[in-house]
Design a protein around this ligand. Structure first.
Ligand SMILES: Nc1ncnc2c1ncn2[C@@H]1O[C@H](COP(=O)(O)OP(=O)(O)OP(=O)(O)O)[C@@H](O)[C@H]1O
Length: 241
């Protein structure tokens, strides 16, 4: 088997005086969609922010595509091929959808074929192309945020809870978009609390609790084992079904 695209080994992260990540071990295989599940406050967002260099790990290593990225700056990590879609949907409200995407394209104006591909699963973006992004609904803003991350090919997408607050029809278009991305060889690390959304989408699953990975395996194995689901996800399932 080839080396994972991303590996976290013994990663500890402190935020101020708080010891949040406590030895995270995580491997994201190339071309896979890996889901990071866990209850509120488990450390999922902190893991993504640590990978992105927004928090500095106090110990351990982060390796991406064969390079140690733990000491690199966030812009350098982005240039290395990682895109991050935070939970807060990073869009520029005053700018149009078009301008939001143009700004995200580092290599000049986005390729027309790529835009058509994005419009294929997010038609609303074409419709509201010249509207300020701030006027869009929450689901549409989420589409803009994801479109910004995929406007150019990236090796790895980090996506934090994309379904939060979204209507089922929009969740369906997100599922289609993630399937397409995966088919196009983009590796995805997806933080979610909505098990129903990810159970047919993820190849692998990691479950976090108290700043550590407490389970890692194939999603199909977790889906087939209700006792394990209950043990690992009882709290979050009860809260989110
Ligand atoms: N800026 C911060 N200052 C202090 N503590 C923080 C900060 N950000 C996160 N934490 C704490 O770190 C812990 C992990 O938070 P994190 O956001 O990583 O969890 P999460 O698993 O993503 O949770 P959720 O599903 O609720 O988003 C929590 O106890 C949280 O209160």
């Amino acid at each position: 088997m080839s080396e994972p695209l991303l590996t976290l080994s013994g990663v500890h992260t402190h935020i101020g005086q708080y010891h949040i990540l406590q030895g995270v071990e995580l491997a994201v295989p190339r071309g896979s969609l890996t889901v990071l599940l866990g209850r509120n406050g488990a450390g999922k967002t902190t893991t993504l922010r640590t990978i992105m260099g927004l928090w500095q790990a106090s110990a351990g290593s982060v390796t991406f595509d064969g390079r140690a990225i733990g000491a690199m700056s966030t812009p350098d990590i982005a240039r290395a091929g990682i895109a991050y879609v935070p939970e807060s949907m990073a869009v520029f409200s005053e700018l149009t959808v078009r301008e939001n995407l143009l700004l995200a394209a580092r290599g000049g104006a986005p390729d027309g074929a790529r835009l058509d591909w994005i419009f294929g699963f997010f038609p609303a973006l074409k419709k509201f192309w010249n509207y300020p992004a701030g006027n869009l609904s929450g689901g549409q803003k989420q589409m803009v945020a994801i479109a910004r991350a995929i406007v150019e090919p990236r090796k790895l997408l980090l996506i934090d809870e994309p379904t939060k607050g979204l209507a089922p029809a929009i969740i369906d278009s997100l599922i289609a978009a993630f399937r397409e991305l995966k088919a196009g060889e983009t590796t995805i690390l997806l933080v979610e609390q909505n098990f129903n959304f990810v159970k047919n989408l993820g190849d692998n699953v990691c479950v976090m609790d108290d700043g550590r990975i407490v389970h890692a395996g194939a999603m199909a194995d977790l889906v087939a084992d209700e006792a394990l689901q209950q043990r690992l996800l009882g709290l979050s399932l009860a809260a989110h079904q």
